[in-house]
Write a protein of this length. Structure first.
Lengths: 270, 751
């Protein structure tokens, strides 16, 4: 959930207090640079080499505050991306790329990546041009996982934006019997996957009081295939990222990896 | 008087049939002594000539002179058998079929030409002076007629054996001196003509064959053959090959029309080939609705003198079949997803997939029973043979047991299934298939060193063969089709293979930017046993889907065509076919069935019946019998009834086990076959004359027949002697040899 968390992974090996202090002094400038530069950089496109599956993270703009300063597309990255892909590689036959792979909506290379991940769509904003491009992406066969947004306000924003892409489609809650929960692991219940702070604190796991239950939504195409899966009131990204954090419940980490792998297998088979 | 008779006094047939004799010699062999004596005399005459003036040519000329003189003075004759007037019969057999109405010159029909010739030569009167003449007409059947007024020239078919059968029957016991056969030589219905003819040959009855018409009809365009698939899957494209030829239209344009129920489906312009040569044109017909469909193909050229031979039909049985294809994929890949999507809306392809999502985990899709593929890739043949097509994705050969790999080979060679290997990191040499049984069935040879796919952008380029192959057809026009292929986004990988095998056909190659590298094979196929195999050496055609507008259907079309091609010729356990798809009324229809059990083992002791339903809806049940020579092949024969579509359903059972059923259809059409391939068949008529010791005459020489036909050996013949001493040619030769010798002698100063 937190951008800072990206770097906590990298801090963990630094046991020496002096090194820790030096590192902490570097944190803020680095974070600032990351927020400032990375979202605005021109991507050359993610890895398009030998790997079959690329976990492409969509670089999106924000509705308020402008693209550079309000967007949270990079949340949990790149640690979540690396660790999740490492897990997928270990658990399955998917030939995954280990590269951090951000991709802009308007980048021509978008269509090289039939799977994209959007984090924190509570601040998501699609211009008309971007919405049109996203629709084309889905119509060609692309798949989206949207994750880590909480409460009614953020849900409203996320749904408003996704409806720009799919004005003709319903956003519907997917029953746990849906195929997308059973392509690799049999997931039998929807668990709330908390951020690392709530997870380590032992609860409550929700983040916004106005709506506390986790739900998984989907958008289907004309052949009844799910083309977008939306994990609302859950933060799979944090669970992927903090899979090696002792205080984070292992059961929730396992659930998030299982769900994520199921989504990938579904996306690669439907 | 013709030239031959001017020089040789008699007609050729007298020399052909007569035997040389000398009235002053016991045997013609003695004449050799006279030749030797003539040579000796000539040598003696020139013995005293000086050496410088001597020439062997003078001796030869003198010897020729002596020989001719000896020949003349020995009273040479030709002994020839001649019939006694009115003591024997002569049959005149005249073609009564429709082809006699053809106007070869555009003005006068063959029948009218014949009639004119009969009258101008006083044919029947002259024959009647010497023979008891019996006249017959024949087409499909033969009958005796009293006069030419009974000729109708309406016969729909020509069966020469009908005439010879009748002659054997009616004139088998009377002295028959010969048969005059007047026809254009078009025989389109005889079954055992040579057997029937041999009975007359045995009686030494000569045939005087008279050819009506011309060998090269001027200004005629004709469809000679239409080759269409006997059956095709619904919503697919049937490729029909049309053969046509022409006379007098070389290089000119004509239009080929395709109609169904008189509704024009397609028309294409073709260039007519040089005289007599056969050209071919392939036409793609999208077929949507199931059932027995009759497509009519016609060729129209301006100024065509025989429009009756411009059309042919093809019957295509469009089946709403659902062949199953098993696709095993060793790892989740985008090609897997997009391939499944591409054929998802194809009602006639059932794609069953087995995806190995982890080392020991499989994800099954497209199954209709829970137990289907529950144990993974089929271990038993019977289970594998349920499918008509098989696709290997990126999955290494060591995943399969040796038995499973052998089963796959048998699946292709024996069951007749289609096999496709797609590119990937565990495909071809990357999957170590080069040392497996699968190497035998693939259309390409594998490069052992190419263990991983080569990553890099490459464009697909169709080969010359691919340009015309229906599998590679993205749009109707040839140029547009090539452009569509070249406009496709590049692929991202390929498995390097070596050359295609001897029987392998390369449809597409890759074009890379790498200098010096040869264009790798991307798509190739071959036949293997009863089945067919294909190699697609890339796993990234899905980019044609993601990198082109979502409305573009190229990816879907390509894969639908590939999968349909894969299963199009895969047989069912019960297969049924007939020797043709269109018959004439009364023509024999041969129905064949190939019967196998579920393991595709041919069954020779099955009970096989055909239910044939005629156009009036009346069903007749006919048993089929094992043909005794080919395993699992059964046959029966029936006679075609009236015009219309006949439906055949074959059921096979062995004991209590039902082996299956299958359906087919054939058409009976009363088409004008007499106008097809209607040129005068001189070779046939000359062959008949030659084998019966008769003679062939063009129609213009019809008048020779009454004179020649009298020279026949037999009980009603006597031997007539034709003197040869006064043959003009002998005197001319004598003069020439004397004059030649005189001039030569003069030149040498001897005269």
């Amino acid at each position: 959930m937190e951008v800072l968390a990206v770097f906590q992974v990298e801090w963990k090996p630094l046991a020496d207090p002096q090194l820790k202090l030096m590192a902490k002094r570097l944190v803020l400038p680095l974070v600032f640079m990351f927020l400032l530069v990375i979202p605005g950089m021109t991507a050359d496109g993610p890895d398009a080499g030998e790997s079959e599956f690329v976990f492409a993270r969509l670089m999106y703009g924000a509705g308020r505050g402008g693209f550079r300063f309000g967007s949270r597309w990079a949340t949990d990255s790149p640690a979540a991306d690396h660790k999740f892909m490492y897990g997928i590689k270990r658990l399955s036959n998917v030939n995954v790329s280990q590269e951090f792979s951000p991709i802009r909506i308007m980048d021509p290379a978008l269509f090289d990546y039939p799977y994209i991940y959007i984090v924190e769509p509570g601040s998501l904003y699609f211009s008309d041009e971007e919405a049109k491009r996203m629709r084309e992406y889905f119509d060609r066969g692309g798949f989206l996982h949207m994750d880590d947004f909480w409460g009614l306000y953020e849900r409203q924003n996320a749904f408003d934006q996704i409806r720009k892409v799919f004005p003709d489609r319903r956003i519907e809650e997917l029953p746990i019997t849906h195929e997308i929960f059973h392509t690799f692991f049999d997931v039998t219940q929807v668990m709330q996957i908390p951020n690392v702070r709530n997870g380590c604190a032992g609860g409550p796991y929700w983040e916004r009081r106005d709506d506390i239950l986790p739900r998984i939504y989907g958008i289907k195409d004309e052949h009844d295939r799910v083309v977008a899966v939306i994990t609302y009131n859950s933060d799979l990204g944090d669970a992927w990222e903090w899979m090696d954090e002792p205080c984070y419940p292992e059961m929730l980490t396992a659930q998030s990896y299982r769900m994520g792998l199921n989504f990938i297998i579904y996306a690669m088979s439907h | 008087m013709r030239i031959f008779e001017f020089f040789f006094k008699y007609t050729p047939i007298i020399y052909q049939k007569g035997h040389l004799a000398f009235q002053l010699l016991g045997s013609p062999a003695w004449f050799i002594l006279f030749i030797l004596a003539a040579a000796a005399g000539a040598f003696f005459a020139y013995r005293k000539v000086a050496r410088d003036k001597y020439s062997i040519g003078l001796v030869v000329l003198r010897a020729i002179t002596f020989t001719i003189l000896a020949f003349i003075f020995l009273r040479p004759v030709l002994n020839i058998s001649t019939v006694l007037p009115q003591e024997s019969y002569l049959a005149v057999v005249i073609d009564n079929s429709e082809s006699m109405k053809i106007k070869d010159d555009g003005q006068t029909s063959r029948a009218d030409q014949l009639q004119a010739q009969l009258q101008s030569t006083n044919f029947f009167k002259r024959l009647s002076d010497k023979f008891k003449v019996r006249t017959y007409r024949f087409d499909r059947d033969a009958e005796r007629i009293e006069n030419m007024g009974r000729m109708t020239y309406e016969g729909k078919r020509t069966r020469l054996e009908s005439a010879t059968d009748l002659l054997n029957q009616e004139l088998g016991t009377v002295p028959l001196s010969g048969v005059v056969l007047i026809t254009d030589g078009v025989d389109n219905a005889s079954k055992q003509w040579s057997e029937s003819l041999s009975k007359l040959e045995a009686r030494h009855i000569p045939f005087y064959t008279v050819g009506v018409g011309t060998e090269n009809i001027v200004r005629d365009a004709e469809i000679t053959k239409v080759s269409a698939p006997r059956e095709s899957l619904k919503e697919s494209t049937a490729v029909v090959d049309i053969s046509y030829r022409s006379h007098g239209f070389s290089g000119r344009k004509a239009t080929l029309y395709v109609r169904e129920n008189n509704v024009l489906l397609k028309s294409e312009e073709v260039t007519l080939p040089p005289d007599g040569e056969i050209a071919e044109k392939s036409i793609d017909l999208p077929v949507k609705n199931e059932g027995s469909r009759i497509f009519s193909f016609s060729l129209q050229a301006q100024g065509d003198r025989i429009p009756e031979n411009n059309s042919l039909d093809a019957l295509v049985e469009i089946k709403n079949d659902h062949p199953q294809i098993l696709y095993i994929e060793g790892e989740p890949r985008w090609e897997f997803k997009f391939l499944r999507r591409a054929v998802q809306d194809d009602p006639n392809i059932r794609l069953v997939t087995l995806l190995r999502s982890s080392q020991n985990k499989f994800y099954r899709q497209g199954i209709d029973k829970e137990e289907m593929l529950a144990e993974g890739f089929p271990k038993e043949r019977e289970e594998l043979y349920q499918y008509k097509g098989l696709i290997f994705g990126s999955i290494e050969s060591t995943f399969f047991s040796q038995d499973q790999l052998k089963n796959v080979v048998d699946f292709v060679s024996n069951r007749g299934g289609g096999f496709l290997m797609m590119g990937g990191r565990n495909s071809f040499a990357g999957g170590r298939y080069q040392n497996s049984p699968i190497a035998d069935i693939l259309p390409v040879q594998m490069a052992p060193e190419a263990s991983t796919p080569i990553i890099g952008r490459l464009k697909l380029a169709i080969t010359d063969y691919g340009r015309t192959h229906p599998l590679m057809k993205l749009s109707a026009g040839a140029d547009k089709n090539v452009k569509e292929w070249s406009d496709l986004p590049p692929l991202n990988d390929f498995n390097k293979t070596l050359d295609a095998k001897v029987g392998g056909i390369v449809l597409a190659r890759g074009q890379t930017d790498t200098r010096g590298s040869s264009d790798p094979i991307l798509l190739a196929y071959q036949r293997y046993g009863r089945g067919r195999t294909m190699a697609l050496a890339s796993g990234s055609t899905w980019r044609w889907q993601m990198e082109m507008d979502h409305e573009d259907q190229t990816y879907e079309l390509f894969w639908k065509q590939v999968l349909r091609w894969l299963v199009n010729t895969s047989p069912d356990p019960v297969m049924i076919t007939s020797d043709k798809d269109t018959y004439l009324p009364g023509e024999p229809v041969r129905i064949y069935a190939e019967i196998s059990n579920k393991k595709f083992e041919r069954m020779n002791n099955a009970k096989v019946i055909a239910k044939v339903t005629n156009p009036d809806g009346i069903t007749e049940t006919i048993p089929l019998d094992w043909n005794g020579s080919q395993d699992g092949t059964y046959r029966t024969e029936l006679n075609a009834g009236g015009p219309g579509i006949y439906r055949v359903e074959v059921e096979a059972a062995q004991g209590n086990e039902n082996l299956g059923t299958n359906r087919a259809a054939f058409q009976v059409q009363d088409r004008p076959v007499e106008f097809y391939n209607a040129s005068l068949d001189t070779r046939l008529l000359q062959g008949i004359a030659s084998s019966t010791d008769g003679h062939y005459y063009p129609l213009a020489r019809l008048g020779d027949v009454p004179d020649d036909a009298v020279y026949v050996e037999g009980q009603t013949s006597f031997v007539e002697q034709k003197e040869l001493w006064d043959v003009p040619f002998l005197f001319m030769l004598l003069c020439l040899s004397l004059a030649g010798e005189w001039f030569w002698r003069k030149k040498l100063g001897l005269a």
